[in-house]
Design a binder for this molecule. Structure first.
Ligand code: FES
Length: 173
């Protein structure tokens, strides 16, 4: 149970908001719920809704809206490449295609070991540093700017090694 397992962290998050604005804690609570498995379970959405006094549909719609949140089991790491117009003008689409070709997957797919999913997203606020992407995992976010297919592929290889050792140690997927 999410609320029970993370009660201290939940209280710490709630304490940052005045009681009448508790619902504003929905985003950090979703992020907390996602940390362990890299997706938010239906049960966690229900519990978050109960904690905040909102409907679980409200929570689900926020999970569905933001590219940082997932409601299905996925990869250990998510590589999110910005292909929005300014980045596209700096070759982001060719970069994304080149990276996926290098990994033998298509955009939106996961490497066969379940370690890394590569997807296209909208602006990540580094428009003059394309090709760029962010890597999302249970450990947080990291940004990678002015990339080449080779530099990105080498980072992905490292992520796959890390995912393997996490699995060996019994953490993450
Ligand atoms: S358009 Fe890609 S980071 Fe802004």
């Amino acid at each position: 149970m999410f609320a029970e397992k993370y009660s201290d962290e939940i209280q710490a998050i709630l304490s940052k908001y005045p009681p009448e604005q508790r619902r504003a804690a929905v985003m950090p609570l979703i992020y907390l719920a996602q940390r362990e498995q890299m997706y938010v379970t239906k049960q966690a959405m229900v519990e978050i809704a109960e904690i905040l006094g909102i409907s679980s549909t409200d929570v689900a719609s926020i999970v569905g809206f933001y590219t940082l949140y997932y409601d299905k089991v996925g990869s250990t790491y998510r590589v999110q490449v910005c292909t929005d117009l300014p980045c596209a003008l700096r070759g982001a689409e060719q970069f994304l295609e080149g990276l996926c070709n290098n990994l033998g997957i298509r955009v939106g797919e996961t490497t066969p070991d379940g370690a890394v999913m590569v997807e296209a997203v909208m602006c990540l606020a580094a428009c003059d540093k394309a090709p760029m992407f962010q890597v999302q995992s249970g450990d947080g976010l990291s940004y990678h700017e002015n990339q080449t297919v080779e530099s990105a592929a080498s980072l992905v290889a490292e992520l796959r090694r890390k995912a393997q050792s996490k699995r060996r140690d019994g953490h993450g997927r």
